[in-house]
Design a protein around this ligand. Structure first.
Ligand SMILES: NC(=O)c1ccc[n+]([C@@H]2O[C@H](COP(=O)([O-])OP(=O)(O)OC[C@H]3O[C@@H](n4cnc5c(N)ncnc54)[C@H](OP(=O)(O)O)[C@@H]3O)[C@@H](O)[C@H]2O)c1
Length: 433
């Protein structure tokens, strides 16, 4: 970039988010130039298909299917990667950094799997790498964690960071529809993809938690370090029972400092009805961060969609552009703690909700109680729900006092082997307020 010139942007991807970013760069060019002090120039746009109809009018001459026109182009100062997927996005990002280009990306998968390597590469080359849009769409959370809350020791993050599952769970809780119906609706509304695995199995939320935890706990976290359970086993009646007990069910992404290690998990959780997290509904996202100085801080907003995500990408781009225009040095934002590590899920201690169908005869509850007692899990309450005369079974809902995850899983296995259970239905961890 020459002193009197604009800052050139190479955009990779012109889909949902890329179109929003291109439109903003083209339509708000004057306002953005005033903010930066120089024009932001859209130099090249990488796509797969040159002939696809677009929702944004980008001059035909800017479109290319050849990544070299961005990566090997000395005129491109900042690469904005909005293609998604692990490959070839990872290789393009590495090549962009190797070629001395600053990078903005919304790619949670690449960051959750290779974020630390990319940050090291950017830092070694004195380049900016920004990824606000990778978590929580339009909600500012990466900026606060890496800047505003930096003086805090973060003790926990609890987040609803997948809008698709939150929409499904909200429909199941509020309108009592079953899982399959709620999923079909989410697909019809464009919230869920035809193959919803990444969302409903908690993979997307685990990617985002890995990114947040790396920043919050300054720990090298890989996506596979996050324990993960999806929402597919939940039934409408779990929401009814949870409500009766004073809880809402949410897919939570939880990161917590426990005795010098970091606990990371994504799973359905029962959250007290009166808490802010229990009230985050529909496609909304929320991230609650607790720090020793700031206390509990809550970030809430639209976690996806073209415009909210564009807001985050353009914010990153403007920050980089302003620093470049001011000739400011790149600040190394993150020093990871080499001693910090992720602790095993087995060590988790929490309360559990258990729903199971058992033979409706005397002595069964005593047998289950003995298994739990032998494993040091004490029962807080047992409620017998519907009895089914036809099958001779009754449904039990057991709430435990805090117990160890490893013991609870072992108890669950032993109860299954007793031969008195028709079905082991649901095991849900309970989150305190
Ligand atoms: N959508 C959201 O609400 C949202 C929210 C937060 C974060 N994100 C993240 O933002 C990124 C983009 O998501 P999106 O929803 O905008 O995706 P999308 O609609 O599927 O768009 C992807 C774009 O990338 C292009 N592309 C994909 N692979 C390519 C390749 N190998 N070579 C050249 N071009 C390629 C496609 O080209 P063609 O158009 O020619 O096919 C398309 O324009 C992802 O990392 C996603 O996780 C999205």
């Amino acid at each position: 970039m020459k002193a009197d010139e604009g800052i050139s942007v190479g955009l990779m991807g012109l889909g949902v988010v890329g179109s929003g970013v291109a439109r903003t760069l083209l339509q708000k060019a004057g306002a953005l130039a005033r903010l930066v002090g120089r024009p932001l120039v859209l130099r090249r746009v990488l796509v797969r298909d040159l002939h696809k109809p677009r929702t944004v009018e980008v001059p035909r001459a800017l479109l290319t299917t050849n990544p070299e026109e961005l990566l090997a182009n000395d005129d491109v100062d900042v690469v904005v990667e909005l293609m998604g997927g692990e490959h070839p996005a990872l290789e393009y990002l590495q090549r962009a950094l190797a070629a001395g280009k600053h990078v903005v990306t919304a790619n949670k998968e690449v960051l959750a799997k290779h974020g630390a390597v990319l940050l090291d590469q950017a830092s070694a080359k004195g380049l900016h790498l920004r990824f606000e849009a990778s978590v929580g769409g339009g909600i500012p959370i990466i900026g606060p964690l890496t800047r505003d809350l930096l003086g805090n020791e973060i003790s926990s993050i609890r987040a609803i960071i997948n809008g698709t599952t939150n929409y499904i769970l909200t429909r199941m809780a509020r309108d009592k529809v079953d899982y399959a119906t709620a999923l079909r609706e989410a697909q019809g509304l464009g919230y869920a993809e035809a193959d919803p695995t990444n969302d409903v199995e908690g993979i997307d939320a685990a990617y985002k938690l890995a990114i947040l935890a790396t920043l919050a706990f300054r720990t090298r976290v890989h996506a596979t370090d996050v324990y993960r359970e999806g929402i597919t086993r939940l039934e409408a009646k779990d929401f009814r029972y949870a409500h009766e007990l004073g809880y809402q069910i949410k897919l939570l992404a939880i990161g917590r400092q426990v005795n010098g290690a970091v606990q990371l998990r994504v799973h359905p959780a029962m959250v007290p009805l009166e808490t802010s997290l229990a009230k985050v509904d529909g496609a909304y996202n929320a991230v609650e961060v607790e720090g020793d100085l700031a206390g509990k801080v809550m970030f809430h907003g639209l976690g996806a969609g073209a415009l909210p995500t564009t807001s985050a990408v353009v914010g990153d781009l403007l920050e980089i552009a302003r620093l470049l225009a001011a000739n400011a040095p790149v600040v190394q934002r993150l020093a990871l703690d080499p001693d910090s590590h992720v602790c095993p899920m087995d060590d988790l201690v929490t309360q559990y909700y258990m729903r199971l169908n058992v033979a409706d005869r005397s002595g069964v509850l005593a047998q289950i109680g003995r298994i739990l007692g032998d494993l040091d899990i004490s029962i807080a309450s047992v409620i017998q729900k519907d009895a089914d005369r036809r099958t001779g079974t009754a449904e039990l809902v057991i709430m435990t006092h805090p117990g160890r995850e490893a013991a609870v899983q072992e108890a669950w296995r032993q109860v299954a082997r007793l031969g008195v259970t028709d079905r082991l239905n649901t095991l849900i961890r309970v989150e305190a307020a």
